[in-house]
Design a protein around this ligand. Structure first.
Ligand SMILES: NC(=O)c1ccc[n+]([C@@H]2O[C@H](COP(=O)([O-])OP(=O)(O)OC[C@H]3O[C@@H](n4cnc5c(N)ncnc54)[C@H](OP(=O)(O)O)[C@@H]3O)[C@@H](O)[C@H]2O)c1
Length: 245
């Protein structure tokens, strides 16, 4: 049976690297359904970069996954496109550096909805479509494992994501679907674009590898977890060894 993957927010940064890794390892008949939220240009660029055979296996679906109705519409489209899903990757995640004292209730809800609530309902919506021995992978964060006061709501949402991955294991037991999560540390994507040299240096001093990770390094761990049916209910860190110094 061909391998069908669904990845949310897969046209830039870590998601894009995951999509490219899965496509690079794909075979005839495999399909990779990739969601993105806003940038048609990023979606087009991803498509154009791929070798022809891989491009044929890619389907791009635009949907704003901060919105419940748009998520339901996306889930409906996925169900029309395929009768089963082998790998489901929930990669969407947004943050804010607005200080806690200045949060609005709307901002809090927007981030919790996008990072935690919408993925929970998307997984439930696609649950009947998960293939036996399929794999679900959530993109958490190291910020969900230790207090990250620079972005309280982000940290809390990612803690929820990591816990959700574990809590969902029992709900997928009937078809032996695995549920795991990844917890990256500081990864070189556009999230870091406003960081000063001083900030890079301060963080690099705390990382045993003394550098930020690449999206490809995260993607290679994601692929290893998705490919290994004996991994279940766990969180896999990819941090370069954080807080050793
Ligand atoms: N970079 C890090 O250091 C780091 C560390 C730990 C965890 N993470 C996690 O890794 C994941 C990816 O982050 P990244 O660093 O790769 O960031 P990124 O390069 O900014 O990618 C974020 C992606 O999210 C999409 N997106 C944003 N809002 C969306 C929405 N409402 N609906 C659907 N898609 C939406 C964006 O697509 P559009 O622009 O088209 O909307 C983009 O493809 C996130 O869950 C993040 O929390 C990142």
């Amino acid at each position: 049976m061909s391998n069908i993957s669904v990845i949310t927010s897969g046209t830039s940064g870590i998601g894009r690297a995951i999509v490219k890794k899965i496509l690079a390892e794909s075979a005839e008949g495999d399909r990779v359904i990739v969601n993105y939220g806003h940038s048609d240009q990023a979606a087009e660029d991803l498509k154009n970069e791929l070798p022809e055979k891989q491009r044929e296996r890619l389907t791009l679906v635009k949907a704003d996954l901060s919105d419940y109705d748009a998520m339901m519409e996306f889930a409906g489209k996925v169900k029309e496109m395929t009768d089963h899903i082998d790998w489901l990757v929930l990669n969407t995640g947004i943050g804010t550096y607005v200080p806690y004292d200045e949060y609005t209730f709307e901002l809090w809800n927007h981030i919790i909805n996008t990072n935690l609530s919408i993925p929970a309902f998307l997984v439930r919506e696609l649950k009947p479509h998960m293939a036996e021995y399929g794999n679900i992978l959530f993109m958490g964060s190291q910020a969900g494992q230790q207090p990250y006061s620079s972005s309280l709501v982000y940290s809390v949402s990612k803690a929820g994501v990591l816990h959700m991955a574990k809590c969902l294991v029992k709900f997928f037991d009937d078809r032996r679907v695995s549920v795991n999560a990844i917890a990256p540390g500081f990864i070189e994507t556009r999230w870091q674009k406003d960081r000063t040299d001083e900030s890079y240096e301060r963080i690099n001093r705390k990382i045993a590898a003394h550098r930020f990770g690449t999206p490809e390094e995260v993607a290679s761990l994601c692929f290893a977890v998705l490919s290994n049916d004996y991994l279940n209910g766990s969180v896999y860190e990819v941090t370069g060894g954080y807080d050793y110094f």
